[in-house]
Design a binder for this molecule. Structure first.
Ligand SMILES: *[C@@H]1O[C@H](CO)[C@@H](O)[C@H](O)[C@H]1NC(C)=O
Ligand SMILES: *[C@@H]1O[C@H](CO)[C@@H](O)[C@H](O)[C@H]1NC(C)=O
Length: 377
């Protein structure tokens, strides 16, 4: 019997000490180790768009591969729309930092293009913090070379959050408004250097347990084969995060919230909502709350659909979309993919993004949504 810890990531950049503990569910169950198949990475460079394959670990982490330095050093990173800074574990981190030792570490001495910045940094996510110092080097993403990327070499990780990750570091895709001062965030750099024709990217995530292919992120373009119908755009309500106003959230005929501020976050696994609305939503969907956790019935017919209204367009999450199944040889435990946060906004993470194809348009300061194509395997 192994103790299995379900880590729900909350990689939204925050400014106050978060409820990190409430975002880790510990579940005891027997787990069989799954062999890790080697992934097929199909990344290619069209003239103006850059498509990068994402890998999926248990529908909790969607990460891609980049390299930093000359010659290239390889890393797995989350492309995180909930923050604007980029960091990697540093080869100078202390031995006591297990989270660092367990991951690929950037070796500045081995890179001919490394430039020291001489500034320290620290930053906090909903799941925990990282700190270290800033460096600059060349980042490679598929076939595209992005010189002059300022990133954090991380010396200290909040260990409970960053030990169990498959990803090594984070590339923030938020705006400069929430980035380190006097640095240019990755997306702005990509656009400034005209490496993509349009300053936007689109995200297609797949929710397929036990499969490594997790979707893709397309910089500079939109892949029309990945969604149905038309894209529905809404303006950003604030530039910094990818934040907009959602008209309402409803369960059946019952409206749970209206005119809510929402942040789209590829680095958050679940859907997070203000504490005062959380219990109402749980009751409305028919969740059975056992001992404060989110355990729900595995009989989908006992649970309700949740409707998200963006402008006039309704997106439906069915129980099959939001219930997270933890399979054990003896039984199946089901958890609803909603969690409370002590904030006034909602965070729509991977549970939402696997159902809704999303366009993050920095040129027009808007986000676009359409129903994602659900591919049967
Ligand atoms: C950066 O942090 C280290 C300790 O981790 C400290 O010794 C150093 O003075 C700091 N540098 C700056 C520029 O603040
Ligand atoms: C709730 O938690 C307590 C203590 O952790 C445990 O003894 C009890 O069995 C739990 N109840 C359920 C229904 O799981």
């Amino acid at each position: 019997m192994l103790q299995m810890c379900i880590i729900v990531f909350y990689l939204l950049q925050v400014y106050v000490s978060p409820l990190a503990k409430s975002l880790m569910l510990r579940v005891s169950l027997e787990v069989k180790a799954k062999p890790l198949a080697s992934p097929q990475l199909h990344s290619f460079l069209a003239t103006e768009t850059l498509k990068l394959t994402l890998e999926n670990r248990d529908n909790m982490e969607y990460y891609g591969r980049i390299s930093m330095g000359t010659p290239p050093q390889l890393f797995r990173v989350i492309f995180d729309t909930g923050s604007a800074n980029t960091w990697l574990p540093s080869s100078n981190c202390p031995e006591s930092n297990i989270a660092c030792q367990l991951h690929s570490r950037y070796k500045a001495r081995k890179s001919k293009s490394h430039v020291p910045i001489g500034r320290n940094y620290s930053m906090a996510y909903g799941s925990g913090y990282v700190s270290g110092y800033l460096s600059q080097d060349t980042l490679r993403l598929a076939d595209v070379v992005v010189p002059g990327v300022t990133f954090g070499e991380t010396l200290t990780h909040y260990q409970p959050a960053f030990i169990p990750t498959t990803f090594d570091g984070i590339v923030g895709l938020g705006f400069g408004e929430i980035g380190w001062r006097n640095t240019t965030p990755f997306l702005e750099l990509l656009c400034q250097q005209h490496l993509v024709e349009h300053c936007l990217f689109s995200v297609y995530l797949r929710r397929m347990p036990g499969e490594l292919y997790g979707g893709e992120i397309t910089f500079g373009g939109i892949d029309e084969s990945r969604y149905l119908g038309d894209l529905h755009y809404v303006p950003l309500s604030r530039v910094g995060y990818w934040q907009f106003e959602m008209s309402s959230v409803a369960v059946g005929n019952r409206q749970v919230a209206e005119k809510i501020e929402v942040i789209l976050d590829t680095g958050t696994s679940f859907i997070l909502l203000p504490i005062d609305l959380f219990e109402e939503l749980q009751r409305a969907i028919g969740a059975i709350i056992v001992n404060g956790s989110n355990v729900v019935s595995c009989q989908a017919e006992n649970l309700q659909d949740v409707y998200f209204h963006v402008g006039e367009k309704k997106f439906t999450l069915s129980p099959a979309d939001y219930v997270v199944k933890l399979e054990t040889p003896s039984k199946t435990i089901c958890i609803a993919g909603f969690m409370p946060i002590d904030e006034s906004f909602w965070v729509l993470g991977d549970i939402f993004l696997t159902r809704v194809y999303s366009v993050f348009d920095a040129d027009a300061k808007r986000v676009g949504f359409a129903e994602a194509v659900l591919e049967e395997n």
